[in-house]
Design a protein around this ligand. Structure first.
Ligand code: NDP
Length: 331
């Protein structure tokens, strides 16, 4: 390891699951050594994703304890392990997805690190990568959205939601979004949603039927989960897709499959990482996302950049529905 790389670093780990009190900020964690096929990245920005809260609460089981949370970041490669690192080398500025992000340094499988084009800042790359790729794969793979399609997006002013609004607009689809406040409604409209419904005082199912001439939305992208599943099933058009991709309000309980026959609904429960198994998949989609960002001048909305040691406040804000767009951490 190069001499400029310290032996210890700051980071946030959990030793048990629970509320934000289980997040422990430490300053004496060992800097990881990159193994074969890995690169060591000095993180400049760390992306917060809802999935981080699932690992913290135990909704998703952590692979081991202590466990460093976080799944994406951006920064500079400071060393590389042996083996294939996909032509990435020391000094490259990269955005990456892997485990162990809430730290000053992360050893990242090179397969999931991508050089950041000069036109994109490290701040924007960290803010865009995981949520942007989620939105892109949802509209390409989970349900291939076509020009003119009416699509329903829940939590349209959230991190993934704003990417969905912008990407759907870019491909010519027509977005109906939901959000809890008028401020969020305005933001999602600015980002491409054609019709916004404030579900705090409007009837979502009735509005969707009205807007779509009674047909419903050909695709419903639902990252809210438990509290919206029945509503989503109600809003989907005959032969449409209900893409349930998250649990912000809790996990969706088991579903009776016969319910799908009422409208020949396709029900999917995708995760990004199963669309990103090969280098080719990761490179193609990341390249496309970066191209959308530069060519279509996408708005990279960042709610706040929190100091790493204030991660508990960030989790509280995200789970408290206080945020719009992306939350970043600064190590
Ligand atoms: P968001 O920024 O969208 O935050 C969640 C939003 O959900 C809130 O702002 C809120 O918006 C809405 N919401 C509705 N009910 C609740 C509730 N009970 N508690 C909290 N929030 C609620 O988060 P992300 O963009 O990070 O993630 C969105 C979803 O996408 C998550 O479920 C996440 O797990 C999922 N996801 C899935 C991936 C996959 O591979 N399948 C990858 C990435 C994300 P409002 O106030 O407008 O209701």
């Amino acid at each position: 390891m190069a001499s400029s790389i310290p032996k210890t670093m700051a980071g946030v780990l959990i030793e048990k699951t629970g509320g934000t009190e289980v997040l422990q900020y430490k300053t004496d964690l060992p800097v990881p050594e990159p193994k074969e096929g890995e690169v060591l990245v000095k993180n400049e920005f760390i992306g917060i994703n809802y999935i981080d809260t699932y690992f913290r609460t135990g909704l998703y089981p952590a692979p081991h304890f202590p466990y460093i949370l976080g799944r994406e970041g951006s920064g500079t490669i400071v060393s590389a392990g042996s083996g294939n690192t996909y032509n990435l080398s020391t000094g490259d500025r990269v955005a990456w997805m892997a485990q162990g992000a809430y730290a000053e340094y992360t050893a990242v499988p090179a397969l999931y690190a991508h050089k950041i084009p000069d036109a994109i800042s490290s701040h924007d790359a960290a803010a865009a990568l995981l949520q942007g790729l989620t939105a892109l794969t949802l509209i390409r793979e989970a349900h291939h959205v076509n020009k003119g399609d009416w699509v329903l997006v829940h939590a349209a002013a959230g991190g993934v939601g704003l990417w969905l609004c912008q990407l759907l607009k870019a491909v010519g689809a027509r977005t109906i979004g939901t959000a809890s406040t008028d401020e969020k409604v305005e933001l999602a409209k600015k980002n491409g949603a054609e019709v916004m419904i404030n579900y705090s005082h409007e009837d979502v199912a009735a509005r969707v039927k009205e807007v779509t001439g009674g047909a419903g939305a050909i695709a419903v992208f639902d990252g809210v989960g438990k509290s919206t599943f029945d509503l989503s099933l109600d809003c989907v058009a005959r032969k449409g897709s209900l893409v349930s991709f998250g649990n912000a309000s809790g996990a969706v309980p088991p579903v009776t499959i016969a319910r799908l026959s009422a409208k020949n609904t396709k029900l999917l429960r995708p995760t990004l990482f199963n669309y990103m198994v090969t280098r080719e998949e990761f490179e193609t989609y990341t390249g496309e996302l970066f191209e959308f960002m530069t060519r279509d001048k996408m708005d990279v909305r960042v709610h706040e950049v929190y100091p790493l040691k204030e991660v508990a406040r960030a989790h509280q804000d995200l789970e408290g529905r206080k945020t719009t767009g992306k939350l970043l951490l600064k190590p």
